[in-house]
Design a binder for this molecule. Structure first.
Ligand code: PMP
Length: 352
């Protein structure tokens, strides 16, 4: 607290990322990073970019990256926006499209940053409860008087995916506001709404390089939507920071988007490891929600989530525990690492 803080600063309730402790080397299964290296082609492209050209500003419009993304997802370049991680894309979208005086609809259990952005921009959240099986129910998103809708597909931290038909129900029920579909984990097994962009002018699909493309460290996220929606985001971005993507990130992200074979290879590995992990955890008595992501959401009928979390931490394994959150306090979110890391997790859980 400082006497220089405005009421605005004092009122904020900032996002708390998963812990990144520096005291020892942990097996990190708490922040949904990829256990695999980024594409070797991306690493090469970034290394090549470390040269005298760094004295120059990067391309403020990120044209090379937008072109690659547009080509990959069969859209026009002006239907693509890129930002410094999808968090920045979300921050701009909330500021631009949802701060319109009405509440913003999103699930009661979902990515906790949405509430933080809502607080930052003075948006009132209209929380739509997941049902008893932790599913988003599309018909609950009808007849809302809201400034917009955010749907996370697959949802986090539950890991559950929503069929595309349900996304369409939500889009059709809310034609006069932006429906943002956050697809941070979509490559691990859900249906993307990208193919609906030309059909629904109110659809904004947000994705990231941080998960399936193993590039959390360079901070690149992107959005697909109608050219007018994208232009709105560009206007905001250029009123805030014209160069959010640095030269190295731009080179790495572009090469990563073009290396589709590598994306497929590491996603398949993660999915195979997830399936083996699910079976092993089931055998140990854990109950898991079906996951379409690079993490599982697990609870044990008789063991406390807090005890499991603490004991794993003591054994050098970090998972995400949501102790203070309603409905999910007895659940742990466990990122899918390598086979070896998941074996270590299972061995550690066997000792409990
Ligand atoms: N959306 C969801 C649902 C997430 O879980 C995350 C990762 N914490 C993000 C967006 C943001 O990812 P990034 O900023 O790394 O692109």
């Amino acid at each position: 607290m400082s006497r220089f803080w405005t009421d605005k600063i004092a009122s904020l309730d900032p996002y708390v990322p998963g812990e990144q402790p520096q005291d020892k080397k942990y097996i990190k299964l708490n922040t949904n990073e990829s256990p695999y290296s980024p594409s070797p082609k991306a690493l090469q492209a970034m290394a090549a970019e470390v040269n005298e050209s760094l004295r120059l500003y990067p391309d403020p419009n990120c044209v090379s990256l937008k072109k690659s993304l547009a080509q990959q997802y069969q859209l026009e370049t002006n239907q693509v926006f890129v930002g410094n991680g999808s968090d920045e894309v979300l921050a701009l979208a909330f500021m631009g499209y949802f701060a319109a005086g009405k509440p913003l609809a999103f699930a009661d259990i979902t990515y906790s940053f949405y509430k933080v952005y809502a607080g930052l921009y003075g948006i009132e959240p209209k929380l739509i409860p997941l049902n008893d099986t932790f599913d988003i129910v599309a018909r609950d998103y009808q007849d809302l008087d809201v400034s917009g809708v955010v749907v996370t597909n697959p949802n986090a931290p539950t890991g559950k995916a929503l069929p595309l038909a349900d996304i369409e129900v939500i889009l059709q029920a809310n034609p006069d506001v932006v429906v943002l579909v956050d697809e941070a984990y979509v490559d691990f097994g859900a249906q993307s709404a990208v193919g609906l962009v030309n059909q629904y002018p109110n659809l904004l699909v947000v994705q990231t390089m941080s998960k399936s493309r193993a590039l959390a460290g360079i901070r690149v996220g992107y959005a697909f939507g109608h050219a007018d929606l994208i232009e709105g985001l560009e206007r905001l971005k250029n009123s805030f920071n014209s160069y959010p993507i640095d030269r190295i990130a731009l080179a790495g992200a572009t090469a990563a988007v073009e290396d589709t074979a590598y994306l497929q290879e590491i996603c398949e590995k993660t999915i195979a490891t997830r399936e083996f992990t699910v079976k092993a955890l089931n055998r140990l008595g854990y109950e898991l929600l079906p996951s379409a992501t690079n993490f599982v959401f697990a609870t044990h009928p008789s063991k406390s989530a807090e005890q499991i979390y603490l004991s794993l931490k003591e054994q050098g394994i970090l998972v995400r525990y949501f102790g203070n959150k309603p409905r999910i306090g007895e659940y742990l979110r466990i990122t899918i690492g390598t086979d070896k890391e998941m074996q270590a997790l299972i061995s550690a859980l066997q000792t409990l």
